[in-house]
Design a binder for this molecule. Structure first.
Ligand SMILES: Cc1ncc(COP(=O)(O)O)c(C=O)c1O
Length: 405
């Protein structure tokens, strides 16, 4: 746009000549609209009218004013996440951990216990220890065990926290049953749905109060953003989340939100191919003599298979596969070398990657805890990508052959 033509509604020139910038909204699109959403990196928005700034700050008029409080790219991503989960509202945060922390901070009640499933992502376990340090009573329970769940509910937790598919053993939570129990006992059920994604499971439709996604993973899908989202069916739960997010400063960056929206456009296609590859991979691994056990809810013999069939989208059981090699860490490394895979302590990329939970996602646990959880030195977690299926299986076959010698 020609700076000379920039003017305010009264026709006065508004260019900041010395800085070479304009202080008016850019309107150089012409009559057509851009097909990709504009990126709005501004940290602050202004007006010549005190009353306009006042109205937006007060929430009387919708709009952006200071990006920690909200900005157009976060708003757009929140709307997209809410729509994927059929939610009334969503709040996006600077990471998946920020989303989990936000739920505890905004919706926890002082002195009232927070109950969390026994098996969770390692950093979530550390977050729970931090909460306990701040005086929040933290209970742990086994969602697969009725007695353990019953004992937990008797202690009147305010929040009950589970993962749809647990990291890394891929235990499937009975979300519908837990939601029913939580509603009977006046507790909020929070479901970390990162390993499933809304294409595999929508916990709000099964009765959960809140669902958390690490958008960093398969939703954005290209290992280039750090974001989280909390979705809820109840606007009354969203408001304290928005307020705490803005106050504690866990706001997502516009650039990351923009990239995530771009990733979301292909997320379902990617997820479907990744689930197909994961299913074939699990079948191959379970036939390999060097592999002692395979965890994948899509396998008929898996402990979570029935729950997955009841709660997941037809034919989809997720893109994560975990297995344990009988020959321990040395054999796992031989497999990785021969298969030519990358060891990556994350998930959800377009490429298949592997991680070694004992030394990455669950390194914070003591060796005894890891043993009790079934995480061994030979345990390997696959985040399955979208490469052609035969190409992936050929690589894995090469890896398994190297383990046989
Ligand atoms: C199940 C689960 N929840 C939450 C997170 C945290 O997400 P982020 O890394 O975006 O903070 C992770 C990260 O690996 C995870 O695996």
């Amino acid at each position: 746009m020609n700076p000379e033509s920039a003017s305010d509604p009264q026709g006065r020139q508004q260019t900041h000549a010395t800085l070479g910038t304009e202080f008016v909204p850019w309107s150089g699109f012409g009559p057509l609209v851009p097909l990709s959403p504009p990126l709005c990196p501004a940290s602050v928005y202004g007006s010549r009218k005190i009353a306009q700034v006042e109205a937006v700050l007060a929430g009387d008029v919708a709009g952006a004013v200071y990006s920690r409080l909200g900005h157009p790219n976060a708003e757009q991503l929140a709307r997209a996440c809410a729509s994927l989960h059929r939610a009334a509202a969503a709040v996006v945060t600077s990471s998946g951990m920020a989303a989990l922390g936000l739920v505890a901070l905004a919706l926890g009640e002082p002195g009232r216990p927070l109950a969390a499933a026994q098996y969770l992502y390692g950093h979530t376990v550390v977050l729970l220890e931090e909460l306990a340090r701040w005086g929040v009573p933290v209970l742990r329970f086994n969602p697969a065990d009725e007695d353990s769940t019953g004992r937990m509910l008797k202690q009147r937790p305010g929040i009950v926290w589970v993962e749809t598919i647990s990291n890394p053993q891929l235990q499937v939570a009975d979300v519908a049953r837990l939601a029913r129990l939580c509603r009977q006992h006046d507790a909020l059920l929070v479901v970390d749905n990162t390993f499933a994604s809304p294409f595999v499971c929508r916990p709000l439709e099964l009765g959960a109060h809140l669902v958390v996604e690490s958008v960093t993973k398969i939703l954005s899908g290209h290992s280039d953003v750090m974001l989280g989202a909390v979705c809820t069916g109840e606007e009354t739960l969203a408001e304290p989340l928005r307020r705490a997010g803005a106050l504690w400063g866990w706001t997502a960056s516009p650039w990351d939100c923009w990239l995530a929206l771009r990733g979301l456009a292909t997320a379902e296609l990617r997820l479907r191919q990744a689930c197909h590859n994961a299913s074939r991979l699990a079948q191959l691994l379970r036939q390999a003599p060097c592999v002692r056990c395979v965890y994948y809810p899509g396998l008929p013999e898996d402990a979570g298979h029935e729950l997955a069939a009841a709660q997941f989208s037809p034919g989809l059981a997720g893109h994560m596969v975990t297995c344990t090699f009988a020959g321990g860490r040395g054999q796992v490394q031989r497999f990785i070398d021969a298969a030519g895979l990358w060891v990556v302590p994350s998930l959800g990329d377009v490429h298949t990657t592997v991680s070694h939970p004992a030394t990455s996602s669950h390194r914070q646990l003591s060796p005894e805890q890891r043993r009790a959880w079934g995480i061994e030195d030979g345990t390997l977690r696959f985040s399955v990508g979208i490469e052609p299926t035969d190409e992936l299986l050929d690589r894995v076959r090469r890896g398994l052959e190297a383990c046989a010698v």
